[in-house]
Design a protein around this ligand. Structure first.
Ligand SMILES: NC(=O)c1ccc[n+]([C@@H]2O[C@H](COP(=O)([O-])OP(=O)(O)OC[C@H]3O[C@@H](n4cnc5c(N)ncnc54)[C@H](OP(=O)(O)O)[C@@H]3O)[C@@H](O)[C@H]2O)c1
Length: 413
């Protein structure tokens, strides 16, 4: 009652603040929201970052002077508290999150402000869960990581398949193997910086490595075991779906998020639910060759050891922070996920999730923006905590993704 009265006395100035608006992805989020929702209409929003001049430049390029600018630096907690105090939802693209994100999460939990981000840094998510989950449950704040390509299509995809299976067959899905059928897009410098930071942290702390390789590494304490093994590390033939497959770089994040969703929903998918992800390259000799060739390329880019000649050569060609795929690359990108599903009685079913634009930026910026607006405006599942997209937003986010963000979801038995 007292907090309701307080909220009525101090209505928030903004529904959403986008922090990191001067970066590659933040700028795309601002551009999307400006084009789709305008300024001063049903959505009250602001763009934020640490550098006023840079923000003004971005605003002039992708929006207009009516969009308010807020400044806050990750190293200056009072500036974060002041920013968080002005909004219902904080949406952040300031990364690497393990370097710059912790104080913002702490401020959001303290001020009871819902939060969403794009992190795929499992070790940092683990730290945020351990530090803030209980307090966020107690005060009803929703802290939602992984609201981009990792892990919305996987997490909401499984949520959708499980619901559709129940509705159409009365059974849950006992196992789902997600295979990436096609994917076209590039990576940004910020993503490489976050990836390199995770590897650096894991080198220095063995417990981080343990979290990264534990399939249940994001599950609640005491619930970190189950049927699933580590994500695919090699090229392999998938007998049941008759395709060659090779490692999917995002599986290490997505599969853990899906398992955390199941645990947070009291194992609504079943305690024995099994989930895997891999890239598929088709059947026959060409499928096999494609799998080996792509696995080799990925292994070289992500596996080259630090401080070696090879690493230095590769880094020369990778985008720097602030850089990423061109507009043409973003517009011509797309992705399609197959969800090969086994129901409780052993019969098979099939789900598909597709997205337009390139996965990491064109599609991600729309998913993140819609997640932030969903947290601010929609009727959501009750309760707070360090949540996942499906446990925080469920059907409301699924609807927004289909209506606005260019994703499709289908299921057949
Ligand atoms: N999950 C996904 O699907 C997905 C997709 C895309 C990106 N991401 C993640 O999103 C993050 C951003 O990627 P990006 O390519 O947009 O990176 P970026 O272009 O390097 O942008 C980083 C942003 O952080 C800001 N920043 C840096 N230090 C700061 C500080 N101390 N205080 C306040 N702001 C600070 C930068 O501000 P300045 O401009 O002032 O330097 C910039 O706005 C990365 O962690 C990346 O891995 C994830």
């Amino acid at each position: 009652m007292r907090s309701k009265l307080k909220a009525m006395k101090n209505p928030k100035e903004f529904d959403v603040i986008i922090w990191g608006a001067s970066g590659f992805t933040g700028r795309l989020v601002v551009e999307y929201i400006f084009k789709k929702y305008g300024v001063g209409k049903s959505l009250h929003w602001a763009m934020a970052g640490r550098n006023q001049a840079k923000l003004e430049k971005v605003r002039a390029a992708v929006a207009d002077a009516r969009v308010p600018i807020v400044t806050a630096d990750s190293h200056d907690r009072p500036s974060l508290d002041a920013m968080v105090g002005r909004t219902k939802v904080m949406c952040t693209t300031v990364g690497p999150y393990a370097k710059y994100g912790s104080e913002l999460v702490a401020a959001c939990v303290e001020h009871q402000v819902h939060y969403c981000d794009l992190t795929g840094e499992v070790q940092w998510m683990r730290r945020m869960i351990d530090k803030h989950h209980e307090a966020a449950v107690a005060n009803g704040t929703k802290i939602v990581h992984t609201c981009g390509f990792d892990s919305i299509p996987s997490d909401i995809g499984v949520y959708f398949v499980q619901k559709a299976a129940q509705e159409q067959t009365g059974q849950r899905a006992k196992a789902i193997d997600m295979r990436v059928r096609v994917m076209k897009g590039g990576l940004s410098g910020g993503t490489f910086a976050s990836f390199s930071n995770t590897i650096e942290e894991a080198k220095q702390d063995k417990s981080i490595y343990k979290t990264l390789v534990n399939p249940y590494g994001l599950n609640p304490e005491g619930e970190q075991s189950g049927n699933d093994k580590r994500d695919l590390q090699t090229v392999k033939y998938d007998e049941s779906n008759q395709t060659w497959m090779y490692p999917f770089i995002m599986a290490a994040i997505n599969t853990k998020v899906v398992r955390r969703s199941n645990a947070l929903m009291n194992y609504v998918y079943g305690k024995d639910f099994s989930y895997s992800e891999a890239m598929m390259s088709g059947d026959g000799f060409s499928g096999k060759m494609k799998a080996y060739q792509n696995a080799l390329i990925l292994g070289t880019i992500f596996g080259a050891k630090p401080d070696t000649f090879l690493r230095k050569m590769i880094d020369k060609f990778l985008p720097k922070p602030g850089e990423g795929p061109s507009k043409e690359e973003r517009e011509s990108g797309f992705y399609k996920f197959h969800f090969y599903t086994t129901l409780e009685n052993g019969s098979k079913a099939f789900g598909v999730v597709t997205g337009d634009k390139d996965p990491g930026y064109g599609s991600t910026s729309k998913m993140l923006a819609e997640a932030a607006i969903c947290l601010a405006k929609d009727d959501l599942p009750k309760g707070g905590g360090v949540l996942t997209p499906s446990t925080a937003m469920g059907d409301a986010l699924l609807k927004r993704l289909e209506d606005h963000a260019g994703l499709t979801f289908s299921f057949k038995v």
